[in-house]
Ligand binder design. Structure first.
Ligand code: GDP
Length: 329
């Protein structure tokens, strides 16, 4: 494949080329990795989108919200990409976007691109694929990239770490309890949206919003927030209500962060972490792909287990060998 032609097609917004490019970054094959790196290099980082993370437990209305919110954005001329990160698909082999028909209207929208989560790999691998998929969507000219994940813990942290803004979608609660949303996840949220604020659920949604607004006020003030943030609001994906207001708040928050330098600082920190993870990943890959190093690790491990070598010293010895060996085994 001619890499510069491939890159040109992605940059021209060709969705089939973009889909193929994402498949390439998701691949575990060494030759694909080399191509993926070359492709990302050729595309550069001149185009950047607003990256929005969105999380919520199954059934809260994520796909309904993304469909309605995404249609609103494309209606304003934005180009919207949706990427899904579903840690459970790693086990089940399914994916949150793959098995049911979700976001039907948005998926037919020429200004939108929807990508189901890959059905493989553990969280570390998913983080890398997702970062690279975001970069590809940006290079393809999408100006809003939504990264959706299911609310099951670890994946929220990962998504928050690769986006500019983290939105937590919740459902109206029956009682007055804060339906088991973990404190750590609340602390990551920039905006809490209580969905289904319509019909019979409207009153409950209003109460739930007030409960969350109260809980958010009790959290430690974060330097990256202007007054009034994080914020809790009511929306209805079904009635397409509150979406424009939510978008206004997101834009206000981002404008403030750009102005105050927090936006750039967060991106810089994310880029540094990405680089460090690539180094770690690369070192590990060297260790596991080179049979001689693998054998050495085994031998040293045996020595450590038998009490004949100190773990720290043995590790230093192995790392010295990694550094001395040529790149290609
Ligand atoms: P997901 O699993 O988080 O992606 O949730 P879905 O978008 O599939 O929605 C789950 C259920 O909630 C579906 O039956 C939707 O019709 C319903 N739902 C989603 N949004 C709303 C809303 O704004 N109002 C009401 N009343 N129901 C909604």
């Amino acid at each position: 494949m001619d890499m510069s032609e491939f890159a040109a097609r992605v940059a021209a917004g060709d969705r089939r080329a973009l889909a193929r490019a994402i498949t390439l970054v998701e691949s575990g094959r060494a030759d694909h990795r080399t191509q993926a790196t070359a492709l990302l290099e050729a595309l550069g980082t001149a185009r950047q989108a607003l990256r929005i993370g969105l999380s919520g437990t199954p059934g809260v209305g994520k796909s309904s919200f993304i469909e309605a919110f995404g249609k609103m954005l494309t209606g304003q001329g934005h180009r919207v990409a949706v990427l899904a990160v579903d840690p459970s698909s790693a086990r089940s082999g399914g994916s949150i976007l793959g098995d049911k028909t979700r976001m039907e209207r948005l998926s037919r929208d020429p200004l939108a691109f929807i990508r189901p989560s890959p059905s493989q790999a553990q969280m570390g691998g998913v983080a890398r694929h997702t970062r690279e998929a975001v970069a590809l969507c940006e290079a393809a000219g999408f100006d809003v990239v939504l990264v959706e994940t299911v609310g099951v813990g670890q994946s929220e942290t990962m998504v928050a770490e690769l986006t500019d803004l983290f939105v937590l979608l919740i459902a109206p609660a029956g009682g007055d309890e804060l339906q088991g949303v973990k404190r750590g996840i609340m602390e990551m949220a920039d905006l809490i949206l209580v969905n289904k604020a319509d019909g019979d659920l409207k009153a409950a949604a209003t109460r739930t919003r007030a409960d969350y607004a109260g809980a958010l006020r009790l959290l430690r003030k974060r330097p990256q927030d202007p007054d009034g943030f994080p914020k809790a609001m009511c929306v209805s994906a079904a009635e397409e209500a509150g979406l424009a207001e939510a978008w206004e708040e997101m834009q206000a928050l981002i404008a403030w962060r750009r102005e105050s330098g927090h936006f750039a600082a967060r991106r810089a920190e994310q880029a540094r972490r990405w680089f460090e993870e690539e180094v770690r990943h690369g070192l590990l890959a060297r260790l596991t792909s080179d049979p001689a190093l693998r054998a050495r690790m085994e031998t040293l491990g045996d020595a450590v287990a038998a009490g004949g070598a100190a773990p720290g010293k043995a590790a230093a010895e192995l790392l010295g060998e990694v550094a001395r060996r040529p790149d290609k085994p």
